[in-house]
Design a protein around this ligand. Structure first.
Ligand SMILES: [Zn+2]
Length: 280
């Protein structure tokens, strides 16, 4: 049975091209099941989560990363928090809370209003890498394409897909990068154009088909360039909230009520915090 929640890195042996491919289902369903977001918000968070994991595959050692899409309304912020090799949590906050679960947003302006931005921050050891871009396109896929144009400044192709019902959320993302070629050879350029055409042959259903192994799909599509999967990470939802962390935050905010109920915005877990025990 093919893995359902995984991200792979691969390279094309006979072309100077590398890529990442991520599929999520159980993990993103678990992350969103306790929220009552509209399905279109679930899809937005699922697509962000899949792309974030592809980006994190570039980290060679332990990392923490946050992808943040912000706007005015109805969505004020959509967040994906990644840490410790494949673990993540995600949530959205609203200026105008959607009145119905059926409400459907399709374009970036419909989600975020005007002045929408994407900020991706990655901490690897002591080093922080950060890229901020404006979301200038209607399609999220095109915005991610901008991200790679601006942050990595190498030709890239981005494919994302998702679906969400009341019981199941799924997403997939495939990203292809041309490895910088100092000679700018015709062969490398031709290979890149061919690989782009191969990528365009992948149908959305195939990208998301949980019954087809991810490596098998990569081998099928880029067969001419002999693909090799170099790394695989299993993806799981896990919130890192704790009573101790909430106590510390409340103490830092100077909140001194005897006891307080707080809810984690990522996992919806309720905590009854006794501030008296703030130093424990
Ligand atoms: Zn939590």
């Amino acid at each position: 049975m093919p893995k359902t929640d995984s991200c792979i890195s691969f390279y094309l042996q006979n072309a100077a091209i590398r890529g990442q491919f991520c599929r999520i289902s159980k993990s993103i369903t678990s992350a969103l099941v306790n929220h009552s977001y509209p399905n279109s918000i679930n899809r937005l968070l699922a697509e962000m989560t899949a792309v974030s994991h592809c980006l994190a595959m570039n980290a060679k050692s332990e990392y923490q990363a946050v992808m943040q899409l912000t706007g005015t309304a109805p969505v004020r912020a959509a967040l994906v928090d990644l840490y410790d090799n494949g673990l993540f949590r995600c949530c959205a906050s609203f200026a105008d809370k959607p009145s119905s679960k059926d409400i459907s947003y399709n374009t970036v302006p419909e989600f975020f209003g005007h002045n929408a931005k994407l900020l991706f921050t990655m901490d690897i050891k002591e080093q922080r890498y950060q890229t901020l871009i404006e979301l200038l396109h209607s399609k999220l896929e095109d915005c991610f394409q901008d991200y790679f144009d601006q942050s990595e400044q190498i030709p890239s192709v981005v494919m994302i897909a998702s679906k969400s019902s009341d019981t199941k959320v799924e997403a997939a993302s495939l990203i292809l990068h041309k490895i910088p070629d100092l000679t700018n050879s015709n062969e490398a350029n031709d290979n890149w154009e061919t690989a782009k055409i191969f990528t365009q042959t992948i149908k959305t259903d195939e990208l998301m088909d949980l019954n087809t192994d991810m490596e098998k799909l990569i081998n099928l599509v880029y067969n001419e360039f002999s693909p090799i999967v170099s790394r695989e990470t299993t993806i799981n939802f896990q919130c890192k909230c704790s009573e101790k962390k909430f106590k510390k935050t409340l103490f830092q905010l100077g909140i001194s009520e005897n006891s307080l109920e707080v809810i984690c915005e990522y996992c919806n877990k309720k905590y009854c915090i006794d501030i008296e025990c703030k130093n424990s």
